[in-house]
Design a protein around this ligand. Structure first.
Ligand code: FES
Length: 317
């Protein structure tokens, strides 16, 4: 079942953190503490029915308020521009409760964190958690230039555990050499950033079975947008309506065409917004959100990309 709930929060502070990056501190309207979360978690910010965006929580999980950071994306669909240009302290926002698709496992001896640009946000609470737990860790934080890198002041307290690499000063990073230098071949490796960086870290880990890699994906799985052998199937709703899903159609689109509205955002299986409970049938998962255990349980799916292994799914819609 979808576990997402929504809450209206008040923006208490808006702070320029770097060129093109603002942070928003969010508090409950009634002054009570917002729910706790775990490092790596994100929330959905609902800007309109068709504009939902995900932002990692970058404060401390036990703080009463939440902090997110927003990079202005000129080529985006307007979510970041809205938050930069229109949202001010005192405004209310509708947000989801936190969901963690990038959880930190404290079971390793040693950790290497890799951040590219705004990908630093989920790694801030991870660094704090590793420090508090007494683990050995280091962070490589990559950015184009010093003025584009948020939270560098906050990270200074960790001393030489954190390395800042600025392309304009040092050139393009040699990711293999940097990871080798930090002993990533047999460490827990957590990476968040642009697709090119994640692909490089993924390639490194694939060649070194001793490293345990966890990525925060912003890009879809290869089969998310369909495969040549995809077949049509039927979705049944809670009240017994039957809706046909075409071979080249998503469940989300088929439901929408039948007048069944569902919340969605990325439409690529990476954000978790469209998570929907499965009451019967076997999903064919194509997302980057669910864990292996959640996939095996088969009681929830991302309807923007995932399909059906048989002929019928009964969904909690
Ligand atoms: S809309 Fe993002 S996972 Fe489906």
């Amino acid at each position: 079942m979808s576990t997402q709930q929504f809450v209206t929060v008040t923006v208490e502070e808006v702070t320029a953190e770097a060129t093109g990056v603002v942070s928003l501190v969010l508090a409950a309207r009634d002054g009570r503490a917002l729910p706790r979360w775990t490092p790596g978690a994100h929330i959905d910010v609902v800007l309109s029915r068709d504009l939902v965006r995900q932002y990692s929580l970058s404060s401390a999980p036990d703080e009463a308020r939440w902090r997110i950071a927003v990079l202005r994306e000129p080529d985006g669909r307007g979510g970041s521009a809205h938050l930069h240009d229109r949202v001010r302290a005192g405004d209310n926002l509708l947000v989801s409760t936190p969901r963690n698709t990038f959880p930190l496992d404290l079971g390793a001896e040693r950790y290497v964190l890799v951040a590219g640009g705004i990908g630093i946000t989920p790694l801030l609470p991870m660094a704090a958690a590793l420090e508090a737990a007494g683990r050995r860790w280091s962070l490589l934080y990559l950015g184009r230039a010093a003025d584009t890198m948020a939270f560098t002041g906050e990270l200074a307290r960790y001393g030489d555990k954190v390395t800042f690499h600025r392309d304009d000063e040092s050139g393009i990073v040699d990711i293999t050499a940097e990871l080798d230098r930090r002993g990533a071949a047999d460490a827990g490796v957590y990476a968040c950033g642009p697709a090119g960086l994640l692909a490089a870290v993924e390639g490194y880990a694939a060649a070194r079975p001793g490293s345990r890699l966890v990525l925060e994906h912003f890009t879809a799985a290869p089969d998310a947008q369909g495969r040549a052998d995809d077949r049509p199937f039927t979705v049944e709703t809670r009240d017994g309506r039957e809706i046909s899903v075409g071979a080249g159609q998503s469940v989300l689109d088929a439901l929408s065409a039948a007048g069944v509205r569902s919340l969605s955002s990325c439409r690529e299986g990476v954000c978790g917004t469209c998570e929907t409970g499965v009451l019967a049938g076997e999903p064919d998962h194509r997302d980057r959100v669910l864990s292996d255990e959640e996939r095996a349980a088969g009681d929830t799916m991302m309807i923007c990309v995932s399909r059906c292994r048989g002929e019928r799914l009964v969904l909690d819609v």
